[in-house]
Unconditional design. Structure first.
Lengths: 291, 291
């Protein structure tokens, strides 16, 4: 087991090289994809995938293409999300958003490219393995990223703007738009390590509750966060009339709800019974988030 | 071996059911994806995949998820290509384009959704198989669809607008934007049937030459075609200052070039030595295309 920072560095060192290993591509497309991929970010999802694989007896080496693929999927979703037709954001991680630099056509293609690269990396890795675990992990990631997962949540989020929030709609949007990729990280890591179905289910539950808490604290930051520390503008949810947990429940209740989800996430780890110190550390850090 | 029409009907009957089999999804997203998926089209790529698999001893049943995935990839590329930031087309297959009906945000997400569904279907099928052929076929399809394939060609096409055409740039764009998915169809079908590497390479060559001929006749249709038969406006390439084969070589030379590519495609089939009557029939029909 490595530390969070060691896993993060492993991801940072391999993201662009793995992308480029997929073959020659037009320079402008490569540049646009790497611009967003190398913009930093917490690398939460790939680190969780690597740590989940190693805590269950797998190796980070085997899991690396899947971890980087997951970060590519997260990155493409941000690029498309920031487009004028969607959230119309001009700043992300302290830098101009992709379409501000490469134009809308460039950003649409960079997003498509990153999603395709992610699936391609996983498929290449699965084709090289002698067991079916690679194909199973790949299916798991794509299912959580897809129309019944992240894209479904994103679509519901777009449709819900200007509508009255309900707990049901909010939970649907957050569980899919945010929690799904975090569930994918933990589940896919465990699948690659050959973990048992019950362990994979406990891992998924951790990801679900952690993901909901993560989105709640994200909504809080948009209201009470410091734009300088976050590298993006705040107050955008209200401006876009987004359905957020804070708008629905208020600041204090959202804090309590997030704390409850963090407790449930840690209970799932207790059941899992593996050395999940990185997962615990991440869960504990959520209430003190400033970016 | 079935006829072209039997394979096409098999694809048409299974496209939307396979999409819906991926789980519950927001109604608006499902509707937007199915709107474009069910808009008709020749189903050239999925039919070639099924026919390639069966001529080498595989079954259409095993190949169906891959065939439908390929059509989903083709469909998403048309949806994103038609967006205002790219080709800004309002008519496709005789109906308003996706973003004219579902808005730009809806069309971007429908495209993302179809690409993810394609990868998800192939991954599910690969995970259910006991051999690695599913993962290999999936990798093949995604490689041809990706940044070194179709997306790369699309990116080069966008960058080349308003530039002086050269044979090198044109061949790059057409081989990737168009030929790559046709190569993928033949190669993936042969991979799923367990064909030998030399046969797969002959299949790829057929796809390459057929794909170039297909794009040449496409460029011809934009100049001399009947918009009513084609279900879309003509003359758009010139309007967008697209780099086309006809603009570079003229109508008569393009006809001769296409005929040469068709001959090379059929020579690849001769080397392959399997019952490729559907492939031949499609190659022969290219010079008489009217849509």
């Amino acid at each position: 087991m490595k530390s969070f920072e060691e896993y993060r560095d492993l991801v940072n060192r391999n993201l662009s090289p793995l992308l480029r290993s997929l073959g020659p591509m037009p320079g402008e497309l490569e540049e646009a994809m790497c611009y967003s991929l190398e913009a930093g970010g917490k690398r939460l999802r790939p680190v969780l995938l690597l740590a989940s694989c190693e805590m269950a007896g797998g190796t980070a080496e085997d899991a690396l293409p899947f971890a980087c693929a997951l970060e590519m999927i997260h990155t493409y979703s941000l690029i498309h999300d920031d487009l004028p037709a969607l959230d119309n954001d001009d700043l992300r991680r302290g830098r101009p958003t992709n379409h501000m630099v490469y134009g809308e056509a460039g950003a649409i293609l960079a997003g498509d490219g990153l999603l395709n690269c992610a699936a391609e990396l996983m498929a290449r890795s699965a084709a090289e393995r002698e067991d079916a675990l690679g194909a199973r992990a790949m299916y798991c990631v794509l299912r959580h990223a897809g129309v019944s997962g992240m894209i479904g949540g994103q679509s519901a989020d777009v449709s819900s703007e200007e509508q009255e929030p309900t707990e049901e709609t909010l939970t649907y949007i957050h569980s899919h738009k945010t929690a799904d990729l975090i569930e994918a990280a933990v589940e896919a890591g465990l699948i690659l390590a050959g973990a048992a179905p019950e362990a994979i289910e406990d891992g998924r539950r951790f990801g679900y509750h952690f993901g909901l808490a993560f989105q709640m604290t994200d909504d809080l930051l948009d209201v009470i966060g410091d734009p300088k520390k976050m590298g993006k503008r705040t107050g955008l949810d209200a401006e876009h009339q987004k359905m957020t947990w804070v708008a629905f429940r208020g600041v204090e209740e959202t804090r309590l709800d997030a704390a409850k989800q963090i407790r449930l996430a840690k209970e799932a780890l207790d059941r899992l019974g593996l050395d999940s110190r990185i997962h615990r550390q991440l869960a504990d850090s959520l209430l003190d988030r400033n970016n």
